[in-house]
Design a protein around this ligand. Structure first.
Ligand code: PXG
Length: 299
């Protein structure tokens, strides 16, 4: 069975899910998106993702014609139609079809796409081994140019850092702002562990308000940890006890090396692994159910 994709109010077969070359999402990266996970037939933090989507839309002055409620139903329906229980959802809203100029007024209606597919995640090996990362020379966009809290379709800033990392044969890149403060990874937030403290950069520096980041902050007390926002620089990363990245796809992934220097003892740390375990347990406990109760046993 071919995947069914939601496209502007209809579900169409993957082969027929096509967007115009006049779409300003394609021409200019003018749009926003979300990446969401489904665990055990339940959509994790769906309301939080929808809140962020609509906030991103506000941030770029993009009108989403669908109400939040209708969008939520459409996301659930997309997962259901594809009979998925462990999945990754990509929700995209672009400015829509216009002409060759950047003027968004030429785009009469936004384009809405919802894809749900089987998830390809890091192999378990990655979590046991940890990531080797670098600090990118490409600085994160300043928030007064393009606010990192907007999850826009414009990822070139992050992609430039990603290209640096790929050329160095490493696993991920961490980006600084123009003052040299840590901001985030290319598609993850960053945490530094110091004793019982989980330190993460404040989002006003240019980071996305990650849903996984917030979940980790919320989980900290039950693990006997204190989560705090802090201004951190590369030195803090070099002398950290542990470091990990957080994201919907990556979940909680240990960092074992930064710029060729071992973090802590150069192995995934105990605190990081405890956070990962608590996070994974939570993904199995909560979420918006996709399937009616009578089917729940089969899921
Ligand atoms: N920072 C940036 C720049 C991101 O793009 C995160 C942090 C983490 O946010 P969440 O809400 O996922 O905890 C992101 C996440 C993926 C994927 O497959 C994630 C993102 C973009 C593309 C792919 O995890 N954004």
């Amino acid at each position: 069975m071919s995947l069914e994709i939601y496209l502007n109010g209809d579900w169409v077969a993957k082969e027929n899910a096509k967007v115009s070359i006049w779409d300003h999402g394609f021409l200019y990266g003018d749009g926003i998106f979300e990446g969401i996970r489904v665990y055990g037939g339940r959509i994790f933090k769906l309301d939080e993702h929808l809140e962020r989507l609509y906030a991103s839309a506000k941030g770029i002055d993009l009108a989403i014609l669908l109400s939040k409620g209708k969008m939520k139903e459409s996301v659930i329906e997309t997962v259901r139609r594809n009979q998925l229980t462990e999945a990754y959802i990509r929700l995209i809203v672009s400015r829509g079809t216009g002409d060759l100029g950047i003027d968004p007024r030429k785009c009469r209606e936004s384009t809405v796409v919802i894809m749900a597919d089987k998830i390809s995640v890091y192999p378990e090996e990655t979590y046991r081994r940890g990531l080797k990362v670098m600090i990118a020379s490409t600085r994160r966009n300043p928030p007064d140019s393009l606010n990192g809290r907007i999850k826009s379709l414009n990822y070139l800033n992050n992609i430039l850092a990603k290209i640096e990392q790929i050329k160095q044969g490493l696993d991920e890149a961490i980006m600084l702002n123009h003052d040299g403060y840590l901001v985030e990874g290319t598609v993850e937030n960053v945490f530094v562990v110091k004793g019982k403290k989980l330190l993460t950069p404040p989002c006003y520096l240019g980071a996305l308000e990650g849903i996984t980041r917030q979940t980790v902050i919320d989980l900290a007390p039950q693990l006997g940890l204190v989560a705090e926002e802090a201004l951190l620089n590369s030195h803090d990363l070099y002398i950290a006890d542990e470091c990990f990245l957080t994201g919907t796809g990556a979940e909680i992934v240990p960092v074992i090396e930064v710029d060729g220097r071992g973090v802590g003892d150069g192995k995934p740390g105990k605190v990081t692994l405890a956070v990962l375990e608590a996070y994974r347990a939570l993904t199995r406990q909560i979420g918006v159910p996709v399937y009616p109760k009578e089917q729940a046993k089969a899921v």
